[in-house]
Ligand binder design. Sequence first.
Ligand code: ZN
Length: 417
Amino acid sequence: MRTGRRQWLARVAAGGAGALLPFARAGAEPSQARTPSTAPAPPPAAAPSPSPGTGELALKDFQPRSMLHVEEHKVARARFPVIDVHTHLSWSGGLKGTETIQFLAAPPDLLPVMDRKNVQIMCNLTAGTGPALAASIQRFDQAVPGRFLTYTEPMWARTNQPGYAQAQADEIEKAKRAGAHGVKVLKTLGLFLRENLTSGPLVKVDDPRFDPMWDACGRVGLPVSIHVSDPEAFFLPIDRFNERYDELGHHPDWSFHDHDFPSNAEILAARDRMLARHPGTQFILHHVGHDAENLAFVSETLDRFPNTTVEIGARIGELGRQPRTARKFFDRYQDRILFGTDAVPPPDGENYPQQVFKDELYEIYFRFLETEDEYFDYAPAAIPPQGRWRIYGLGLPDSILKKVYHDNAARILGIKS
Ligand SMILES: [Zn+2]
């Protein structure tokens, strides 16, 4: 069915979203409902508007509303069961020690949304090691079998200790026996971890002390979920030319311009040298291979390294503003793309609207993948949080949707349907 943007938002806000039916893809059932004139009154302006043409309107006060009259389809429920391979239901202590853990949610906070959205499994990536890992497995995997999979993380705080390389490889085997389903590598590696943990030169992604760990992952069959670089604009000055000016303004610590940071290209080159040395290990390259702006480069990576797949979390803002290139990418690599959102439960997740765990977040992903809707928000937020653009749906066929939502992840994680 068809519904107007404002009507849709009003219903979502009112919690009445369930009354809407799943979308109609191009060529499927035509819509019947036209936008009625029941749109709510616009909210009061945040600031008085200066005279047009003076250039005095502040960027923060500019909130243009699209006047396009185009079809809008709400996708309340994914067309196939979903495995979300990228969520953060806890944070370990990271560089301060991965044996400690802080939980952001419990299963009762998550299951109602999962059931409504047809999310079968959430992978909790950041669960640390040892007692932290065990606590996450108990809280999620064991409490609700079949709905949560917990991953372990490298012991970053020990990387400068003698014997680390072998100890870390052993720890991977222990984590596997404890019930971990994968290994998560945050951009700690490449952008934060230094020789003396927080001081000294940055440790490179292809540092040989991690080689035994990568090999152990392949040996015991734990996929590595890795994120070592970021959007290209994070490596550029935060100025009027930076397309992520708002986002970097809210999160200045996400800027890797200047100081002693390597370039994006240097990080990715180090990653590729590492991938080449470990062909027996399965790597899930998060955020569309860490370079969603450059799908030609990501294609080269996938062609070069058969032991890799990519995940789409927090990058539909990039894929959706190049819908024709992205659609070809999904056609060509339909067996190598995994569904992920990078979801973080509220209230933490509200700091990153493109990642906040709630119904609306999943609905946007489903709309992007399933419909051919045009020019819609990629995040549930009044101002697009990553950059001031909107996106276009891919309208993927069922055969590809099923692989991306479920089958590709099930294959890599060894989940029997
Ligand atoms: Zn993440």
